[in-house]
Write a protein that binds this ligand. Sequence first.
Ligand SMILES: *Cc1c(COP(=O)(O)O)cnc(C)c1O
Length: 393
Amino acid sequence: MLKLAIHGGSPVRQTMLPYATQSIDAEDHAAIREVLDSGWLTTGPLVAAFERDLCAVTGAQYAVAVNTGTAALHAACSAAGVGSGDEVIVPAISFAASASCVLFQRATPVFADLCPDTLNIDPEDVARKVTSKTRAIVAVDFTGHPCDHDALRDVADGLPVIEDAAHALGAQYKGRPVGTLQRYTALSFHPVKHVTTGEGGAILTNDPASARHMRSFRHHGIDFDFQERGERQSWEYDINSLGYNYRIPDINCALGISQLKKSVTWLARRKELVALYTELLKDVPCVETPHVRGDCDPAWHLYVVRLNLERLCATRGEVFTALRAENIGVNVHYIPIPWMSLYANMGYKRGQWPVAEREYGRMLTLPLFPGMHNKDVEDVVVALQKVTNAYGK
Ligand SMILES: *Cc1c(COP(=O)(O)O)cnc(C)c1O
């Protein structure tokens, strides 16, 4: 048996393979150089152009670009009318922002459990948690696999569903693209996501009143932006609701426009890498590959496997540390949100989300990004084989 790197053996790779990273090419560089000389660094024509491109790739009628995915979720909560005293149902496992957007609006997140196959929010548990105070539902397409959006819309019974599609740009549900499945769809353009603007986000909607609200929300609640004000030759403006500075610079949008052109190719590459993982991981008995529902075509932001811990004499943490020593940048997405001290201090108690809390203990994110080579996938699998053999029962 090979000596693990953690025990002084030589690692499977000489350099660390990250779990995700951006792809930047010469076109991206040229786009940034051009915008710097264009005269508009923020709130200019490239913001609108990026929004048009987002509509074109998703089929949504309106896109409102903002400076982070978190701001996008906050804007969607505001447009959905979430406010003090309201409850918003959120999955127990997601990135923190899926729930903090509810707190920003002084409302209460109510955590729902997950479906055991997809690890997406479970519509049946949502149904149990709807009360007269429920104002909206946040549905995260975890790893890029769409939630059961029809079931969620039925359960919501008219309440707005905010689809957190930070992982899901390019995914399809029952042949329909992510972007028009729910009233609001929030995207993130953080460097690890499908396309990047450095930092950035957007909300997609088909509701013109919501789009108008969110444009004002990202700009202090002012009723129109600099460009319109310039065109009107007036200093006057009004503020009719509380807004923030969530504006995205044109510099970021220049990058986003250039990146979006490659999103279809990149998604195809992600799918090839996933197919290779599925094939090679067949021979690793301690590893369960992700489940895909027949009516979904996921966007594969993350590749999350689950360890069969009963076949190992190691914990998930030990497997994680051993793989990192082999220079495989594994990760864990995510710690249950209500386990965070912020929530514990608000009175949320562990043990209320049996699926999420059990599955969290055996989840492991393997590296996946479009710039990966087939050899990188092979390295990950070789390292997994090495580590699970060493720790096998
Ligand atoms: C990345 C992410 C966000 C927020 O994105 P930022 O752009 O980093 O603010 C929200 N929800 C989920 C599920 C994410 O993965």
